[in-house]
Design a binder for this molecule. Structure first.
Ligand code: ATP
Length: 262
């Protein structure tokens, strides 16, 4: 399955890569022999019909499936060349480096400021002026600062859905990750809020590596540099987004993109 990797000799080393990954929920196999490389400072989209394993794969990238009872993973996943499932690998440091934004905005019932400061405080990374500066910088980077700068003490729950999602992105950015995982980050948002987040994703890749699960093929086309198409737990094809959409190599990809199933 090496041919599914998109890393050639001229590319920078992969930011993350998966080799021969299988994943089981009890007896059910959700991922089958997945080989996939993610390039740094790019947006990689994971697409495919419901239940094909996109979210399962995404969650393996920061070991979010570790606590699921009776689940089992085989294969290896590297971050900057290090095996993140190796015994002794620091899972807390992994989750600091590989942040996650979920489908539904999930701010804590706390102030806007405290939401962004949360990870910095529990990890004792910053206090005082440094804390304030990092909160401000994260809100600026998430494109929310101008809308909230006079209301930092207000509850995060008073924000609109789109603002809440940008707040969750600011919260993820505050602890200085290098990779951001996004699991259908706009599926609960209206078209205008979606547009704002999509533009933000494009901005973020200057500083971060972004991996996004999306049901929306047009969104994958708009925001991503590379797209991986999953079907029934297998990675069928991965390529740069334009090529995958315009000249899919595999018949299954072609059928899916043309709406024959999904
Ligand atoms: N916690 C779980 N326990 C058991 N089976 C699960 C669990 N989570 C997912 N699955 C199964 O694993 C398979 C892959 O699910 P996954 O959520 O990764 O797919 P997906 O492509 O992200 O789907 P969707 O687009 O609907 O979110 C599905 O058959 C699903 O039913």
């Amino acid at each position: 399955m090496d041919n599914l990797k998109t890393n050639d000799q001229e590319s920078p080393p992969a930011k993350m890569d998966a080799e021969c990954v299988n994943f089981f929920y009890g007896k059910k196999q959700a991922l089958k022999d997945v080989n996939l490389s993610v390039r740094p400072n790019q947006v990689t989209a994971l697409i495919g019909p419901s239940g094909c394993g996109k979210s399962t794969f995404l969650r393996l990238l920061n070991r979010m499936n570790d606590l699921l009872p009776e689940s089992r993973m085989e294969g290896t996943i590297h971050l900057d060349g290090q095996d993140i499932y190796a015994p002794g690998y620091d899972v807390y440091e992994l989750r600091r480096q590989v942040g996650m934004v979920f489908q539904k905005p999930n701010p804590f019932p706390k102030s806007i400021f405290d939401n962004v400061a949360y990870g910095l405080r529990i990890n004792q990374l910053k206090t005082g002026r440094e804390l304030n500066e990092t909160v401000e910088a994260s809100l600026i980077q998430a494109g929310l600062w101008d809308e909230v700068k006079d209301d930092l003490k207000k509850s995060a729950l008073t924000l609109s859905g789109g603002q809440q999602q940008r707040l969750c992105i600011a919260r993820a950015l505050a602890i200085k990750p290098t990779v951001i995982l996004m699991d259908e980050p706009t599926s609960a948002l209206d078209p205008m809020a979606t547009d704002v987040i999509e533009k933000l994703i494009t901005e973020l890749k200057k500083d971060y590596t972004v991996i996004i699960v999306t049901h929306n093929m047009q969104q994958a086309r708009r925001v991503s540099d590379e797209t991986a198409f999953f079907y029934l737990g297998e990675l069928i094809e991965m390529n740069n987004t334009k090529a995958l959409f315009e000249q899919p190599r595999e018949e299954k990809t072609h059928s899916y993109l043309n709406g024959h199933f999904g």
